[in-house]
Design a protein around this ligand. Sequence first.
Ligand code: FAD
Length: 296
Amino acid sequence: MKAFEFFAPKTLAEAKGLLNQYGESAAILAGGTDIVIEMNEGHRKPDVVIDIKKLKDLAYVRIEGSKIHIGALTTFEMISSDPVIRERVRVLAEAASKVGSPQIRSLGTIGGNLATASVAGDGVSAMMTLNASVVLDSVRGQRQMPLAEFLDGQGVSSRNALLADEIMTEVFFEMPDNHTATAFYKLAKRKSLAISVIGAGMLVQVDGAGICIKASMRGGCLARYPLHFKAAEEHLIGNKISIDLLEETLPMLHDAVYESAKSRPWSVFYKKESVQGVYRKLFAAILEQLNGKSYE
Ligand SMILES: Cc1cc2nc3c(=O)[nH]c(=O)nc-3n(C[C@H](O)[C@H](O)[C@H](O)COP(=O)(O)OP(=O)(O)OC[C@H]3O[C@@H](n4cnc5c(N)ncnc54)[C@H](O)[C@@H]3O)c2cc1C
């Protein structure tokens, strides 16, 4: 690993000042579970490392109005054990509880997961399912954007929209109401310390008659960013949620994965089949939450 200058600011203002001063030559370190590996392997060679772990004010889960706000420094352990997240946002609680191992979950942060923007980022899939937005801050001021736009942005790296002097402070999303069910399923080669083969999320909101009025379906590891199953979502909206409706959407998932991954024939044959099994599990979990019954 190349030698670097190290700072551990105690306030957000101090961190922003350092980022403003050192810009592209600096790298933020939160839990370190991604960046330390990148530095060890020589893929990242910052002159300055800004360790933000002391910014405890950036570690929180907070409800404000109809939204849930999560500080960028909140660890997966904090997220998966938060009572509101467990009760109201299962897609996120389940994704967070499946990350790595207990050690990785106690260090790894949601901000680090979204900034790394890995194809297999479980936090990325869950937050995309929730249509989350991020808050970026710098001495120049704050800006907010949908996570999809953040991941698509060309910032200081091609991974996201972060500019050299910016720090992510928060991610937020609409709190699912009592007529909304969410779920996450991670298909992996083993139960712990496993990178997702598919990490998929689902959200369904129904009206008083059980008709779907909102749907969100995102599949991680199926494209550069979680694959958006738009046709399947559109098919659910306006219809009564049932097992039969699920069966009708499965070919749409198969086709979407095929289209997305056909240039990678080694994975497409397996993934276009397994995505259907993944969504059968997700749909069963959604139906169980909406109807209080088990469908597996
Ligand atoms: C053994 C192992 C298993 C793992 N398993 C999983 C898994 O199952 N699922 C999964 O999704 N991930 C997994 N990971 C990856 C990793 O743990 C997560 O991506 C984690 O969330 C990264 O967070 P961090 O706080 O450690 O980030 P860091 O390593 O500290 O930082 C990662 C990147 O984000 C930037 N960054 C961090 N915080 C901010 C911020 N607030 N503002 C701007 N930039 C920031 C850093 O500069 C760096 O570029 C695993 C990693 C390991 C080592």
